[in-house]
Write a protein that binds this ligand. Structure first.
Ligand SMILES: NC(=O)c1ccc[n+]([C@@H]2O[C@H](COP(=O)([O-])OP(=O)(O)OC[C@H]3O[C@@H](n4cnc5c(N)ncnc54)[C@H](O)[C@@H]3O)[C@@H](O)[C@H]2O)c1
Length: 279
């Protein structure tokens, strides 16, 4: 039997997910619906991929009231924090599995508690893929033993442009000529200032010692073409030091290729878990 999948957001990550399902890389999976406000752009993507049997909705409410909704097993959000906020509860109320990429939204503790409580009640599931970093399994394993946890994210200013940080700063992204430390502080504040850039910091913090105690640095470097994340974790177990150097996606330099690959692997785990590697 096929596991039926709907996608909210078919931009750079969503398109990679659709491609992998089409290519049979996710056992038992079938994509049946896409919700995206850019309906025509999605039509073009599906045309290019020669896919004809996915229904497109430009409005989540239309998807919710369609007959298709009740049959869908997994809903993947690859859209925006707002999409998770606006549609998440409905998805969980109906007991769906909900794979969330815009993890920054879970920096809001009230929303997080509401979502987890609802998922418990309705036998739904919230899944956060590792995303554009590595080692989340290990950070989760040592969370009780951690004394410090930090992540330093270095990106080209182009990938950081448009972040709310620049609204209240004298620094302008287009004028950064040398490597510059833009932000140092908690994950809780980092996600407010860089909502499209440090989802991984929220994922790391939730897996580890929480948003207040996780230190985040954001560095803009005009000489770098990749998105780099450096994680340091210490405790009585020893130290963990991870550096991930990601190629940005061509369509969206804010997003790393690794984020899409991680989402695809999470979907594979949800669709087929007879033999699973990693904690
Ligand atoms: N967890 C991670 O490691 C990680 C890494 C990269 C990106 N992200 C996040 O994943 C999300 C998707 O990233 P992307 O690079 O694919 O973005 P993208 O901009 O390329 O695509 C997003 C798509 O979602 C659609 N969309 C946005 N809001 C919507 C809404 N409310 N309803 C319906 N459609 C909506 C847009 O029209 C667009 O087609 C972003 O929020 C991004 O910050 C997470």
């Amino acid at each position: 039997m096929k596991t039926l999948i709907a996608l909210i957001g078919c931009g750079s990550i969503g398109t990679e997910i659709i491609k992998s399902i089409k290519n049979g890389e996710i056992p038992h999976a079938k994509a049946v619906a896409i919700v995206d406000t850019r309906e025509h752009a999605v039509e073009e993507v599906l045309d290019k991929l020669n896919i004809r049997d996915i229904q497109i909705f430009s409005d989540f409410q239309d998807f919710l009231s369609s007959s298709l909704f009740s049959f869908v097993d997994i809903i993947v959000e690859a859209a925006s924090q707002m999409a998770v906020r606006n549609y998440g509860k409905k998805i969980l109320e109906f007991g769906k599995k909900f794979l969330v990429l815009s993890t920054g939204v879970f920096a809001d503790p009230i929303l997080l508690t509401e979502f987890v409580t609802l998922a418990d009640e309705k036998n739904a599931k919230i899944v956060i893929p590792t995303g554009a970093i590595a080692g989340i399994d290990m950070i989760r394993s040592v969370k009780k033993n951690l004394t410090s946890l930090s992540i330093t994210t270095t990106k080209n200013p182009v990938a950081l442009s448009g972040a709310p940080f620049f609204n209240s700063s004298k620094i302008k992204s287009e004028r950064i000529a040398t490597k510059t430390l833009l932000y140092e502080g908690s994950a809780e504040d980092a996600i407010l200032m860089f909502p499209a850039n440090v989802n991984v910091a929220v994922t790391l913090a939730l897996a580890g010692i929480g948003l207040k105690r996780t230190l985040v640095r954001v560095i803009a470097d005009p000489d770098i073409k990749i998105n780099q994340h450096e994680i340091l974790a210490s405790g009585n177990f020893g130290d963990i030091h991870i550096i991930v150097r990601n190629n940005p996606m061509v369509e969206n330099p804010r997003t790393s290729m690794l984020a899409a690959l991680s989402a695809i692997e999470s979907l594979r785990n949800l669709c087929y878990d007879t033999f699973r590697i990693g904690s």
